[in-house]
Design a protein around this ligand. Structure first.
Ligand code: ATP
Length: 253
């Protein structure tokens, strides 16, 4: 479905690759968690998948077709296939839940219609459906600034899904939430993933969440891919190699 070949990223005025010669491919149905210390290259990796970040070298293929040299118009079409959720939600605080979710349809619309804010009955119906799917149907017209962190991320998920993507990307989507709420958000993500038959690729700091929900774990260290396998095989040794510290033993029982 999506394949990275020999991908490297070196940011301007830096002396080390943020990602170094990473090759990996993902298929529909996989729920992938990316682990790694702060600065390991997790965000850079996720952002390469939808070309928010252009690699220095290497190629990304979507359904076998290269996406790196696509122009802005073509890349918008590629991005329709990929919803993205963020650590800080990236919502418009003074707008309602419904209005925020409707901005997720912009990839499909003529920019003039976006400017005047006219939405079709079908777009409204889809937005209400995904808001219901994330459990916020009672809050359609509530301003997003008045929601809790967990509710805001539910809006972020609904906005990502309203464009009916095949791939869901998450850049630390639960890093700003308390552990209980983070767990609820992961349960929701996994349910939606299963129901919609998505490919989901998410960065996460909490190894417990990765172990509990992922079908596959990838670990990065200093831009290199150092582990790729099922959660059961990410043991204390892999933890130590990834984080250079001792795990709490309870994680592996
Ligand atoms: N815009 C940038 N300019 C220069 N260097 C950058 C830029 N963005 C990231 N980096 C560097 O690239 C490396 C990888 O960063 P990245 O944000 O991908 O890591 P990360 O694993 O997501 O970290 P965190 O968990 O802290 O978010 C780091 O050394 C970081 O300092």
């Amino acid at each position: 479905m999506i394949e990275l070949k020999h991908l490297s990223v070196r940011y301007p005025r830096t002396v080390q690759d943020a990602l170094s010669d990473v090759s990996v491919s993902f298929q529909k149905g996989e729920f992938v968690c990316i682990l790694g210390k702060s600065g390991a290259g997790k965000s850079t990796f996720i952002r390469c998948l939808n070309r928010l970040q252009k690699p220095t070298s290497g190629e990304v293929f979507l359904d076998g077709l290269p996406i790196m040299d696509k122009n802005e118009f073509e890349i918008r079409q590629v991005r329709r296939e990929m919803g993205m959720i963020f650590q800080h939600f990236n919502l418009i605080p003074r707008m309602s839940v419904l209005q925020n979710v409707l901005t997720g349809t912009f990839g499909y619309r003529h920019s003039l219609r976006n400017l005047v804010g006219l939405f079709t009955a079908k777009e409204l119906e889809s937005a209400k459906q995904v808001i219901d799917d994330v459990g916020l149907s009672e809050m359609l017209h509530r301003r997003v600034e008045n929601l809790s962190g967990g509710q805001k991320q539910r809006v972020g998920i609904a906005r990502a899904l309203v464009q009916q993507p095949r791939i869901l990307l998450g850049d630390e989507p639960v890093a700003s939430l308390d552990p209980g709420t983070a767990n609820h958000i992961f349960t929701l993500l996994k349910d939606l993933h299963d129901r919609l038959g998505l490919l989901t690729v998410i960065n996460v700091h909490d190894i417990n969440l990765a172990k509990r929900y992922a079908s596959r774990i990838i670990a990065l260290k200093e831009g290199h891919l150092i582990f790729d396998g099922i959660p059961e095989n990410f043991t204390e040794n892999e933890f130590h190699e990834t984080y250079e510290s001792k795990p709490k033993s309870v994680l592996f029982h």
